[in-house]
Ligand binder design. Sequence first.
Ligand code: PLP
Length: 418
Amino acid sequence: MQHLERARASIGGGVTSGLRSVLQPQPLSFTSGRGSRLFDVDGNEYVDYVLGWGPVILGHAHPAVTDAVTAQVPRGQLFGGIHPGERIAAEKLLSAVPAFERVLWSNTGTEAIQVAIRLARAATGRNLIVKTSGAYHGWHDSVLLSYRGHRGGHEPVLATRGQNPRSVDDVRVVEFNDREDLAEFFGAHGQEVAAVLLDPVLSNTGVIAPDPDYLRDLRSTCDAHGALLVFDEVITGFRVALGGAVELYGTIPDLAVYAKALGNGFSVAAVAGRADVVDLVEQGCAHSGTYNGNALAMAAVSATLTELSRPGVHEQLWQTAGTLAEGLRRTFRDRRVRAHVHHLGPIVQVLPGVTDAVSPREFEGLDWSVWDRWSRRLSQAGLFLLPNGRMFLSTAHSSADIDVTLNAFGALDPDLLR
Ligand code: PLP
């Protein structure tokens, strides 16, 4: 705690991304990470299930990524023209997701989402963006809507002080996995829609998988109304499969946005998609950014995608997560704790107090103070956990890490568990 107090004296709020303030216990102060482990300023070691909120899919300081970036450092970082690293990384991305033809580089998921929205508006000449309630697409005014606290209906709700109240004018909300709601909305307003922006797995609200019929419906609905389909694969990309949700579910959007796992922790994001849409950047649709395609990020992307393309990597990620999920189920069953556990690829979701999967609305209504209490205690046992029951796994998580984790959950005070 004293580290956070000291940070507050020079850094607004003490944390450099607002969401970090909700970690339990109060944000720990880390000095280094190696593989699946993190080390704090007080010399404690943790099995890391946060992974920098998702990006560090190969584990911390992965040798191949570290070597690639280190080799680039003495050669310079930012050239202001073009350099081969941008093309090499783009070719690697396109071979991971062969459905796409072009890439644009950006720095964060939030930025890349704005690029995708602009391309969709330019391509269609329309303004309206449709998103699902419970989906987070970054912190920008135009998409930080109805992530939490949606009251039903198609009107979005604002999320933060200082947000442009007119942001709600350009966005409409539909319910995730609800084909009737989609049909109803498009029946009335389909001709106004520039794009549907969809996190194909509701990654930040219960890790809820899409119904394959829903994705197919979305694709044909967008086609029928001349709207684009944009996947936000910031979390799913390169994680649930090398080709992300596009590969896993077989529905091909017009554009997809990638970040997080793309650079194993280096700041990088991308928009990928149809050539005729992405090439609008040559026809008056602005895309810019001083740091776009910087040489260190590109080195990190190429090394990360090379590692993630090795045979068996995603099978191993699914298997490790499956072992953890099954072990947690067993632990909760043996201790008579009501909790539902599922996983989608290397993302495990624990839902305290229920015995089955939940809808996005029900997810919001769960008593998350239970998980917060577990997290505080489990951090003392050497686990670093995200809020809201989600656990990210990397290729560096070993069976020994899973054993440590299950023992820590198993040793929780029974009173704390109920
Ligand atoms: N989209 C999704 C699904 C995310 O989870 C996030 C961040 O957590 C973003 C977009 C925004 O990405 P960034 O934090 O890199 O701006």
